[in-house]
Design a binder for this molecule. Structure first.
Ligand SMILES: Cc1cc2nc3c(=O)[nH]c(=O)nc-3n(C[C@H](O)[C@H](O)[C@H](O)COP(=O)(O)OP(=O)(O)OC[C@H]3O[C@@H](n4cnc5c(N)ncnc54)[C@H](O)[C@@H]3O)c2cc1C
Length: 266
């Protein structure tokens, strides 16, 4: 049981709700350079304790196994040691209940490689950027905005964030503040099950798009030449939005076959 594999320390933990958290780690060594939107591995050994509100592991893990999973980095690319992640607890999962049990000062493994093709840098200057997310799919956009919003004043940048309840909208305050600060940035949160006072959109992301909200509110018609779409989050939403975009001529981006629609499912 070799905790020498651990190479970072938890320096901040913010609970958005009991199953959603923002966690920040400080790595022992400076990290390699990364591009906004990329991901790296987090890991903990099987002997680590699970969170108080998790369930029995659906697939029990060996105590001496280092469990590793990829997570999108929410930090600005200028950060070399402080890496931030936005994580949803899968109650019967192997790693997330152990991550949710971490406290400030605890040690954790952070991958040495940072990779991924979900990158704002791949989009041509001047194109408008629409970022669509459910759940923790918002994390790469936080990195995009923290890293690059000032560099792209000529692009309209719009985040459409879908959730059931207001308490599930991680980064709401930061995104609201950015929208108040930058004339080219617009934040569109939409809830399917709002409780209490909510005067924002009330629908799924799919319905919001089909109702021409982008055209009516922001004068943006989906056009692969002029507007790039990022779609990140739950597989159902990703599939529906991708299908909708294909009808406008969008194709999925791959490094060897560039397209105008960037997709990340988790
Ligand atoms: C490129 C990439 C980036 C990612 N970035 C993030 C991120 O920023 N934040 C984040 O929270 N996750 C992210 N993920 C998902 C993450 O890697 C893990 O898959 C997730 O945290 C579950 O890990 P686990 O070990 O707890 O569950 P596992 O033990 O791996 O899974 C247990 C069971 O739950 C199912 N399951 C897995 N994920 C979910 C889910 N989300 N909801 C319901 N059931 C699920 C599995 O199919 C399996 O049957 C990313 C995945 C990829 C591929």
């Amino acid at each position: 049981m070799d905790t020498l594999h651990y190479n970072a320390e938890v320096i901040e933990k913010i609970m958005i709700n009991p199953d959603l958290m923002i966690i920040k780690v400080n790595t022992d060594e400076p990290k390699n350079k990364f591009e906004a939107g990329q991901h790296t591995l987090l890991g903990l050994f099987g002997f680590e304790k699970r969170s108080y509100n998790s369930a029995i592991e659906s697939d029990p893990v060996d105590v001496d196994k280092l469990i590793k999973r990829p997570y999108s980095i929410a930090s600005a690319t200028s950060e070399t040691r402080h890496l931030e992640f936005y994580i949803s607890q899968v109650k019967s999962g192997q790693l997330t209940p152990r991550l949710f049990n971490l406290n400030i000062g605890d040690r954790v493994y952070v991958g040495t490689k940072i990779s991924g093709i979900f990158r704002l840098d791949d989009t041509p200057d001047g194109t408008d950027i629409i970022m669509v997310a459910t759940g923790t799919g918002i994390a790469p956009y936080i990195s995009f905005l923290r890293s690059s919003i000032v560099e792209r004043p000529e692009s309209k940048m719009i985040v459409i964030q879908g959730a059931a309840h207001h308490r599930d909208l991680g980064y709401y305050s930061e995104l609201t503040l950015l929208a108040e600060t930058y004339a080219n940035f617009f934040y569109v949160p939409t809830l399917t099950n709002p409780d209490g006072h909510w005067d924002g959109y009330q629908s799924s992301i799919e319905d919001l798009l089909k109702k021409d909200t982008l055209q009516n509110q922001f004068n943006i018609t989906p056009d692969p030449e002029r507007t790039r779409f990022f779609v990140s989050g739950k597989p159902d939403m990703v599939e529906h939005v991708s299908d909708w975009l294909q009808d406008f001529g969008y194709t999925r981006h791959h490094p060897e076959d560039p397209g105008e629609m960037y997709v990340e499912e988790f």
